[in-house]
Ligand binder design. Sequence first.
Ligand SMILES: Cc1cc2nc3c(=O)[nH]c(=O)nc-3n(C[C@H](O)[C@H](O)[C@H](O)COP(=O)(O)OP(=O)(O)OC[C@H]3O[C@@H](n4cnc5c(N)ncnc54)[C@H](O)[C@@H]3O)c2cc1C
Length: 383
Amino acid sequence: MTDELKPFLDESQLQWRETVHRFLAKNCLPDYVRECDEQKKLPEELLEKVAEQGWFAVTLPEEHGGIGGYLEMAAMVEMAAYHSIALARHWNLNVNMVGGAIARFGSPELKERMLPGLAEGRLRFAFALSENGAGSDAAALRTKGQVDGDVIRLNGTKMWISGAMVADYILTACRTDPGSKKHDGISLVLVPAKAPGVEVTPIPMLGGHAVRTCEVNLDDVEVPMDLLVGELHGGWKQALSVVAKERVSLACMCVGGAQAAIDLAVEYATQREQFGRKITAFQAVSYPLVDAQTRTDAARMLAYRAAWLLDNGYPCDREASQTKVFASDSYMKTAVDGVQVMGANGYAAEYAMQRHFREAKLFQIFGGTNEIQRIVIGRAMGL
Ligand SMILES: Cc1cc2nc3c(=O)[nH]c(=O)nc-3n(C[C@H](O)[C@H](O)[C@H](O)COP(=O)(O)OP(=O)(O)OC[C@H]3O[C@@H](n4cnc5c(N)ncnc54)[C@H](O)[C@@H]3O)c2cc1C
């Protein structure tokens, strides 16, 4: 660890980042991460240890064990991703996204019911916004949420839902007021994943195997009104605020993942010999690594800048989109170059580089594609 983050983090935050790194270096070994990916299973043993540390509470309100804000979140996610993208995604989805939404918008009763279980790692969540016909245009969602006395009755299909297979509750965006305009009349409801009428089916994907991506079919699912999160019909704004926070954390994951890919490629290239010399003697090998490190440092600065802005209550839409685009494009390029630097071993299952190659692509797509982020940035520039 270097002092590169001193402009953004105080001593205790720097210490926190270092603590997470050290703990994971000991408890999240590369063979274990590979095994979870190959067997398509969550790193359950690791999640248990992380829960024992109290780290599922980190960014929750203080009364639920929280210790910090967005900068602590950035440090947690960056370091988690350095060791395991699956761990970082699981943590982000549960604590940062759904936990954050419940903490911010949920009723006091709902918080009391959900947050202790989340903080202890007992309750798991997923977030279901996307549908087949509503991807980038997420507000076009058609899942119905018919209000019927004290229940909401859901019908529809959600697509690409991360972690739904292991979730206890799926925070689901549905249309509760079909008569109103596109962005109005949407609500967020915590659907119990085992409720009658909920069917979760995993979708085979290129990567993200340990987290799993699923189709969630909702057939006349009755959800009690007390599982509504926030205002009835006010869900779109709430969903947007979840996604805006997600952009910063996705960028932090890309920084952690890219740094891990660079460290692996450097370790490999400084040992590998061809033509009687270390391959790092060839500038064609060393320069892509130099550029990757420079880009990753820049991505890290952008990510922590955005987290600092959020923590200090400044607007951050443009900066959140900038860091998401830059960090994910950078991670992808680093992974592509990393495979090349390692030759056949870069492509081999034994090494983590092929996983970075598969994982990095995802970050250019989800959380709002990079094209959509560029639209957001352009708008903020008056274009
Ligand atoms: C592994 C994985 C996990 C995911 N997890 C979740 C999850 O947990 N919850 C959830 O709700 N969703 C999840 N998603 C869905 C994800 O958010 C969407 O895939 C994403 O928003 C893009 O939607 P789409 O795939 O339908 O692409 P489309 O919207 O169909 O876009 C296709 C292409 O067109 C481009 N495009 C579309 N509109 C424009 C425009 N106006 N200008 C320029 N270009 C445009 C896009 O950038 C893209 O390149 C996940 C996706 C993946 C791959």
